[in-house]
Design a protein around this ligand. Structure first.
Ligand code: PLP
Length: 470
């Protein structure tokens, strides 16, 4: 990969002046805006930046590049579909590739989750799930049953509704969010449980939080509980074992629907098509997914509904009623072609089996990171991992300073050839699923060196590390 030419400066200018990015820093708005690194070429797990540097894509795009970059089979399938039938209105027509993809997803989804509603991404999948829950309760004559129970540090998307259900403080600042529908449960992160509390007691408390919330809202008002099986961008929080099952039991007891947001955990990230049933033993009422659905090659999401949810609203109850919600690009044929090819490759190449095979090595290397004095906690499952750093044992005392640690680690790792996803005092990893054990070693070797360099830098700034580590 050669360096990009001089005319590249134009793109830099246009990016600053004309491209209003997600997560835009406004303090240097306009032409003076901070430089973003350009990436123009990628292959497998590697991205080549504007200087020609080869960088491991630690975040796997945004947890989506399951099969890695440069997959010619997916590109060809998309091109062929674009030539054959580039678009088909999902409101009034049907086309074979989208029907086949819906069937392929339903076949792999747990239980009777057979109704696949295609969307443009994860946010619109969650949005649709909530709109359906409300629509259904209206049809059932339960207009008050609308409240949605969600959790601290959850991320469910960037639309008004899904952002309102998200509990990451960084993404709520300066925005308005709906204050009526959501009800937030406290943190399920066992790392932050009170000193001396056992995991069992913590689990009991977390399940009780849900039941108490339903009782407080009233079962006539509580419509659904939404939960990522593993809270992803909120810091890879794995709830205590048994949590999901017990929460589902509580939901069933009070006639509250369970929405499992598998936008991150679905499509192989944890070694299964979906994690809900295979790893956590639950068959939720609705699953939302996106990202890995097309391995990031095309924007697409899906809300998958249980047949059961339709039983009591079909027929006479809903005569002449239409679910009048949808997107121009729902079930887009080119995206569906990418998704179908994605599934075919997953099965032919044994991608789920591969993830299950390399996971122990990935998690072993992740857990070894805890030996570094800057790191106070590591969390992960499947091919997802997070390191949490702090200058103090609790990770609280110097919150202001801690918030910059992720950015320092990111900068040092980038120099070494590893892209990480910084989040405050954390760095998160979700590499392409095709990563080999040797590449996992490269990744964690660079991360170790990057954290050590970052630590030295922070110490040089006069910050002190607590010596004692539990
Ligand atoms: N739900 C979860 C769990 C996510 O992690 C995300 C995105 O990261 C979303 C929903 C939103 O997906 P999208 O960005 O495709 O709209």
């Amino acid at each position: 990969m050669t360096k990009l030419g001089n005319d590249f400066e134009n793109f830099k200018t246009w990016d600053k002046e004309n491209y209003f990015h997600p997560w835009e820093g406004l303090k240097v708005q306009g032409a003076g805006k901070a430089d973003r690194t350009f990436s123009e070429y990628a292959e497998g797990i590697y991205v080549y930046d504007e200087h020609g540097n080869k960088v491991i894509d630690g975040p796997g795009g945004m947890w989506c590049m399951q099969l890695g970059y440069g997959n010619a089979e997916i590109a060809d399938a998309m091109a062929a579909q674009a030539r054959k039938m580039a678009y088909c209105s999902p409101f009034s027509e049907a086309t074979s590739v989208s029907a086949e993809f819906a069937h392929a997803i339903a076949e792999r989804a747990p239980g009777d989750l057979n109704r696949v509603y295609f969307t443009t991404g994860g946010s619109t999948a969650v949005d649709t799930a909530i709109r359906f829950v409300h629509f259904r309760n209206n049809l059932l004559g339960k207009p008050a049953k609308k409240r949605i129970i969600t959790r601290a540090h959850a991320y469910h998307g960037g639309t008004y509704l899904t952002a309102s259900l998200s509990g990451k403080p960084s993404e709520r600042q300066w925005f308005d969010t709906d204050q009526v529908l959501p009800h937030f449960l406290p943190d399920v992160n066992a790392f932050r449980r009170p000193a001396g509390m056992s995991i069992e007691a913590f689990l009991d408390e977390k399940v009780a939080d849900l039941e108490n919330a339903i009782l407080e809202l009233g079962a006539d008002n509580a419509a659904a509980f939404i939960a990522e099986p593993v809270l992803g961008s909120g810091g890879v929080i794995v709830p205590p074992a048994g949590y999901h099952k017990r929460c589902l039991e509580v939901c069933r007891k009070h006639d509250v629907l369970y929405i499992s947001d598998e936008v991150v955990t679905g499509f192989g990230r944890l070694g299964h098509w979906f994690a809900s049933e295979e790893l956590f033993g639950i068959t939720p009422d609705i699953i939302t997914c996106a990202k890995g659905l097309t391995s990031g090659y095309a924007p697409m999401g899906a809300a998958i509904f249980s047949d059961r949810l339709f039983k009591d609203i079909e027929g006479d109850v809903s005569k002449d009623v239409y679910f009048t919600s949808g997107y121009t690009y729902s079930g887009h044929p080119v995206c569906a072609a990418a998704g179908l090819k994605n599934i075919e490759i997953f099965e032919r190449d044994g991608i789920l089996e591969h993830v299950r095979k390399v996971t122990p090595h990935f998690q072993k290397r992740l857990h070894q990171m805890l030996e570094l004095p800057l790191i106070v906690d590591v969390r992960g499952m499947g091919l997802v991992g997070c390191i949490e750093c702090s200058l103090t044992r609790e990770g609280q005392a110097s919150a202001g300073i801690d918030a910059t640690i992720g950015a320092v680690i990111d900068a040092r790792c980038q120099e070494l050839g590893l892209m990480v996803r910084p989040y405050g005092n954390m760095a998160i990893f979700s590499p392409p699923l095709v990563i080999t054990e040797a590449q996992i070693d490269d990744m964690f070797d660079m991360l170790t060196e990057g954290v050590q360099r970052a630590t030295r830098e922070l110490l040089e700034q006069g910050l002190e590390l607590e010596q004692e580590r539990a």
